[in-house]
Design a protein around this ligand. Structure first.
Ligand code: C2E
Ligand code: CA
Ligand code: CA
Ligand code: CA
Length: 277
């Protein structure tokens, strides 16, 4: 293969080689794993400034028979490339629906409770996204307004008109939209108000620096103010300390998510956590 500067890339890097072999292995394995039902959603709660549970984010995990628990960053890119991402998305959405029905039957939630699902670029661009989502939620008799679709800032680029219509069509069905990792992409701020999204999630990298007097603090405050001025709910992700939460409350953040409240939990652990919260 050729590198951008024209030099041929012929060196042997054992670490890279091992990584590529592992990738190739996972790629063939992922198809088998879907058939064996090795994927499931974990759930991480979100709370508001008053400490009330407002929802949860579903995060996929792979329970590999020999490798153990595999994190999404190690297989989502592969699933996007080889076309199985749709199947994984359906798995996660089914788990979400089962959770919502379970919480509803125990009268632990009302209609304001939202569970978010991460939508990958490939899925977002797909013309069948709406049908795929509706098929699952209808199967479980779940109201789409209980489901929040997390897309990243970078997906709000390219053909703006089709992005707007994709969002609007799904919103008409009742789904809610959140912009994930906000501040890390290069979305055009002038376009932001054209998208009828409901929520911004301030990326963890900014929350990490929030206690730095000066820039770190100002950046988070600026993002929150921007969200508020556009009438969006603002969520801070990756909140790990009480000090960060205290500062975020003074900035009028709407919700927080992070290890301070709880790590992502499997279905049973989440249910247990929610019930005893
Ligand atoms: P993300 O959507 O930004 O998810 C937040 C990540 O931060 C999660 O990692 C979560 O476990 C982690 N996290 C949450 N709170 C804290 C905290 O206080 N401290 C620290 N250090 N980390 C925290 P995870 O579960 O490994 O997911 C990584 C990424 O994989 C996600 O980033 C998302 O982009 C992608 N992903 C996860 N599940 C799915 C899925 O079902 N579908 C798709 N398409 N992507 C997914
Ligand atoms: Ca997310
Ligand atoms: Ca995020
Ligand atoms: Ca992130």
């Amino acid at each position: 293969s050729k590198m951008k500067n024209g030099n041929s890339c012929s060196f042997y890097d054992p670490e890279l080689q091992a990584l590529l072999e592992n990738q190739a292995e996972l790629e063939t394995d992922i198809v088998r794993a879907i058939a064996h039902d090795e994927f499931s959603a974990y759930f991480q709660p979100q709370i508001n400034a008053n400490g009330k549970i407002t929802g949860a984010e579903a995060l996929i995990r792979w329970h590999h028979p020999s490798k153990g628990l595999i994190a999404p960053n190690d297989f989502i890119p592969i699933a996007e490339q080889n076309g199985v991402i749709q199947k994984l998305q359906n798995t996660v959405l089914r788990d979400i629906c089962i959770l919502i029905n379970e919480l509803n039957s125990k009268q632990l939630i009302d209609d304001s409770f939202k569970v978010s699902i991460n939508i990958s670029q490939v899925q977002f661009n797909s013309t069948t996204l709406k049908t795929e989502l509706l098929n699952v939620v209808n199967d479980y008799n779940v109201n789409p307004s209980n489901i929040k679709l997390e897309i990243t800032e970078s997906m709000l680029s390219g053909d703006i008109a089709s992005v707007i219509s994709q969002i609007d069509e799904l919103k008409q069905q009742g789904f809610i939209f959140s912009i994930d990792d906000f501040g890390t992409g290069y979305s055009c701020l002038t376009h932001l108000s054209s998208f009828s999204v409901n929520e911004l999630k301030v990326d963890k990298s900014f929350i990490d620096k929030i206690l730095d007097k000066g820039t770190g603090f100002s950046i988070v405050q600026t993002i929150i103010n921007l969200g508020k001025s556009l009438n969006l709910t603002v969520v801070a992700e990756g909140v790990e300390t009480e000090e960060q939460f205290t500062v975020l409350k003074t900035m009028s953040v709407d919700m927080i998510q992070g290890y301070l409240i709880a790590k992502p939990m499997n279905f049973d652990d989440y249910l247990c956590w929610h019930q005893s919260y």
